[in-house]
Write a protein that binds this ligand. Structure first.
Ligand code: OGA
Ligand code: NI
Length: 349
């Protein structure tokens, strides 16, 4: 086994004749993430939200779509978004630009490593000292909004990131309006209270190369997303699993759709009515999987708390304290994706 310093999982996976994974990548001794739970293929039953109906000017169509959205949020916290209006070429182009980034030389990618967690562009892999287990994933995180950033390589990245980011922001904001409506809040409640005009939008591109022992490795451990709403696209290769009624469900990619999931802030805002959902990424031994997740957050200085209209001191007291987005992010960073432990930090006991 090669012991030279590995700068990315891609570099490791590219080693000629790699037939087993270094023990540091083995999750076998880590009971909370081990791949032992029942997994089922129930992709068909995942709710689908037709975005064109959600944004329809026909009140009947819209109210039906809102009802379905509310049900999807309550039952699953996770849904497929169709008819969203974003062009196929933009979605594909974004994925290919990310692929081209990960295919840069290790030396080129190193330029984008970033020094601190607040750097607007950060390329990395799971090599942080003290990590008990390393994950089979390289990542690129790019802050797209309120300040737009882009790596200068590959040359197509900037253009696609601008267009993709803008389109995803629009879709996310409309869904968030629908979520407000479904909760009985003013449609623009979140938009105003969390100042979404300046909302934080950080793209997370994930690169999972083929793994010789996929059953021993994990791409991303179980976690919930800290934001309001995450939109995810992928390159046609499955690997995402979401937790539903105590089981892991395989999510098969559907071309030209977004996968949306509720983040912790909607759980806080709705005082636990809509829950952020645990999800994880497993790997395979055949194909490279690329996914792009964009968690959409409030403005950095916004304060998140249960909506006063949704709580009642007697019948439904707030279960979460108010938290600054910035504080929550710091909490999230220090917790290294350990399930939903961040939310537990702000729970009122
Ligand atoms: C994430 C995430 C899942 C995936 O980046 O937060 O959950 O399928 N990604 O890559
Ligand atoms: Ni996630």
């Amino acid at each position: 086994m090669a012991t030279a310093k590995v700068t990315s999982v891609k570099a490791l996976a590219d080693l000629p004749g790699l037939s087993s994974i270094p023990t540091t990548y083995s999750i076998q001794s880590t009971p909370n993430i081990v791949n032992e739970e029942a997994v089922s293929d129930a992709t068909e039953s995942i709710p689908t939200i037709d975005f064109s109906l959600l944004t329809s000017t026909n009140p009947e169509e819209r109210s039906k779509a809102i009802q379905e959205l509310g049900k999807a949020c309550e039952d699953w916290g996770f849904f497929v978004v169709t008819n969203h209006g974003m062009g196929e070429s933009t979605m594909k182009g974004m994925i290919e630009a990310c692929r081209a980034f990960f295919e840069l030389t290790e030396e080129e990618k190193k330029e984008f490593e970033g020094k601190t967690v607040v750097d607007p562009i950060r390329f990395g892999t799971s090599t942080a000292p003290g990590d008990k287990v390393l994950f089979w994933r390289d990542y690129l995180k790019v802050l797209l909004h309120p300040n737009f950033n882009s790596p200068n390589k590959p040359p197509t990245f900037r253009e696609f990131a601008l267009e993709y980011g803008k389109g995803a922001r629009y879709v996310a904001r409309e869904i968030v309006r629908g979520i407000c409506d479904s909760l009985g809040l003013e449609e623009d409640y979140i938009d105003k209270v969390f100042n979404l005009e300046n909302g934080v939008q950080r793209m997370v591109a994930n690169f999972y190369p083929p793994c010789p022992q996929p059953e021993l490795a994990m791409g991303l451990p179980p976690h919930s997303d800290h934001a309001l709403l995450t939109l995810l696209i992928q390159n046609g290769i499955g690997g995402l699993q979401v937790e539903h009624q105590g089981k892991w469900i395989n999510i098969n990619p559907i071309p030209n759709t977004f996968l949306a999931n509720i983040g912790d802030f909607i759980q806080i805002l709705s005082n636990g009515k809509y829950k952020s959902i645990l999800h994880r990424a497993v790997v395979n031994n055949r194909d490279t999987r690329i996914s792009i997740a964009i968690p959409h957050g409030p403005a950095i200085d916004a304060v998140v708390s249960p909506a006063s209209k949704l709580i009642d001191p007697v019948s439904n007291p707030p279960i979460y304290r108010a938290v600054k987005y910035k504080e929550y992010l710091e909490l999230n960073q220090s917790n290294t994706l350990d399930g939903k432990s961040c939310l537990e930090h702000i729970r009122i006991r």
